[in-house]
Design a protein around this ligand. Structure first.
Ligand SMILES: NC(=O)c1ccc[n+]([C@@H]2O[C@H](COP(=O)([O-])OP(=O)(O)OC[C@H]3O[C@@H](n4cnc5c(N)ncnc54)[C@H](O)[C@@H]3O)[C@@H](O)[C@H]2O)c1
Length: 348
C-alpha cells in the first residue's frame, strides 16, 4: 500500500512534491502553501491545496508528511503533525533555528515513536558517498586541512521574501549548513571550535551576506571556509556538482579541497593529486593527477526514496537523524555566535 503523504510548503517543497508524485511508494494526497506558486504546483500535480497546513492536518488522513515550511515554523508544524497521529516526518533542514528547539523536535518525535528524517539531502548524493569512502580509504594519508568555499550569487528577488532578510534566513543557516553537514558526514570528525568574521555590507540586511570561518576539529585538523551569496562564481557545490536542476550548473570547479600527507583531493571535480611513491615525493617530482568519474544522481530524489524506505520499514535508520541535524546546527550556531561576539567559540 502506498504511503499517504502531504507536503507542507511549496517552494523548496515543490521539488519534494514532484518527486513524491513520481514515486509509486507514495500517494501524494494533499499539499499546503499559498500564493501563485503554490496554486501552480497543486494544479500541475492535480492535488488538493490548503492555504493553512493546520486545516490540511485536520481534514486529511496521512501516514507521512514532508515539512518544507519556513524555519520558524518547524517546531509548531512538527508538533501539529504528531498531534494528528503522523508517524513519519521528513523535516527540511535546518532542523530548527536553535538547539533548544531541535531538542524539542527530537524529544517530541521520540515520545510519539515517530521517525524523523532531516532534509540534509546531500547525504543521499552519490558524489558525497564516494567522497566519504575516499577519505576513509586512507589514500590522502593523514588528513591535515580542508578548504571550503560557497561563493555564489542569489537573485535579487530572493531577498524580497522577508524572512530571508532576518536572523535565521541568511546563508549560514540556508547554505553553510549543507557544507558543514557534508564535513560532519564525510569525515566523521567533530568540529570543536570556530571563529567567524562575518559582514553584511553587500546588502546591509540584518543577516550576514559574507564571512570567513576557521574551524578546528577534535583531532587537530583545521579548515577554512569562505561563504558569500552576493559574489558570482563557480566555487560552490550547487553550481559545480551538476545535481540540482534548480541551479544553472557551472561544472569543473571545486567547493571543497582536502589536504593530506599523501595527497590532495578536489571535490566535486574528483581530482586526486599525489606523488608516485616516497622515492619520488616532493615539489621537484611529477605530481600525478588522478581523475575519478562518479555517476551522478539526484540527491533530493534519492532522499525521497530513502524516506519511502523508512515509511515502509525497508530501512530503519534515517540517513540524517534529528541528532545529526542538531550536531550540524550546533556548529552553525557557534559560527553565528562567533560572528556576533568576535570570539572563538568552543562547541561542547
Ligand atoms: N534542502 C535544501 O536544499 C533546501 C533548499 C531551500 C530551502 N530549504 C528549507 O526548506 C524550508 C522552506 O524554505 P523555502 O525557501 O521554500 O521557504 P519559502 O518561504 O520560500 O516557502 C515557504 C512555503 O511555505 C508556505 N507556507 C508558509 N506558511 C504556511 C502555512 N502556515 N500554511 C501552509 N503553507 C505555508 C508558503 O506558501 C511557501 O510555499 C526551510 O526550512 C529551508 O531552510 C531546504
Amino acid at each position: 500500500m502506498a504511503v499517504k503523504l502531504a507536503v507542507l510548503g511549496l517552494n523548496q517543497g515543490s521539488k519534494i512534491a514532484r518527486d513524491a508524485k513520481a514515486n509509486a511508494d507514495f500517494d501524494l494526497v494533499a499539499v499546503a502553501g499559498f500564493g501563485q506558486q503554490a496554486e501552480d504546483v497543486a494544479a500541475e500535480l492535480d492535488v488538493p491545496l490548503f492555504a493553512d497546513y493546520n486545516d490540511l492536518l485536520k481534514e486529511v488522513e496521512l501516514d507521512a508528511v514532508a515539512i518544507a515550511l519556513p524555519n520558524g515554523l518547524h517546531v509548531s508544524a512538527t508538533r501539529a503533525c504528531l498531534d494528528a497521529g503522523i508517524k513519519n516526518i521528513l523535516l527540511e533542514k535546518p532542523i530548527a533555528n536553535t538547539v533548544a528547539e531541535a531538542d524539542e523536535i527530537i524529544n517530541m518525535c521520540a515520545d510519539a515513536d515517530a521517525t524523523l528524517l532531516i532534509g540534509h539531502h546531500r547525504r543521499s548524493s552519490s558524489k558525497y558517498l564516494f567522497l566519504r569512502d575516499f577519505i576513509e580509504s586512507g589514500k590522502l594519508g593523514n588528513l591535515v586541512g580542508i578548504q571550503g568555499t560557497y561563493a555564489i550569487a542569489k537573485p535579487f528577488a530572493y531577498y524580497d521574501i522577508e524572512w530571508h532578510t532576518k536572523k535565521g534566513g541568511g546563508p549560514f543557516l540556508i547554505n553553510a549548513i549543507h557544507d558543514i553537514d557534508d564535513l560532519n558526514y564525510t569525515t566523521g570528525m567533530k568540529i570543536v571550535r570556530v571563529y567567524t568574521a562575518a559582514r553584511n555590507f553587500i546588502r546591509g540586511n540584518e543577516i550576514e551576506d559574507s564571512a570567513s570561518v576557521v574551524l578546528e576539529f577534535e583531532n587537530g585538523v583545521t579548515a577554512t571556509y569562505f561563504i558569500s551569496d552576493g559574489t558570482p562564481g563557480p566555487w560552490n557545490y550547487d553550481l559545480a556538482a551538476e545535481e540540482n536542476v534548480f541551479f544553472k550548473w557551472c561544472p569543473g570547479e571545486n567547493s571543497l579541497k582536502f589536504f593530506g600527507t599523501k595527497g590532495s583531493f578536489g571535490f566535486p571535480n574528483m581530482d586526486f593529486y599525489h606523488y608516485a611513491d616516497d622515492d619520488h615525493y616532493g615539489w621537484a617530482e611529477d605530481l600525478i593527477k588522478e581523475h575519478f568519474v562518479v555517476e551522478k544522481n539526484d540527491p533530493m530524489t534519492a532522499e525521497i526514496e530513502h524516506f519511502a524506505d523508512l515509511c515502509l520499514g525497508r530501512e530503519t535508520k534515517p540517513r540524517c537523524t534529528g541528532e545529526d541535524g542538531k550536531a550540524t546546527l550546533k556548529v552553525i550556531n557557534a559560527i553565528l555566535e562567533s560572528a556576533e561576539t568576535g570570539n572563538f567559540v568552543d562547541i561542547d
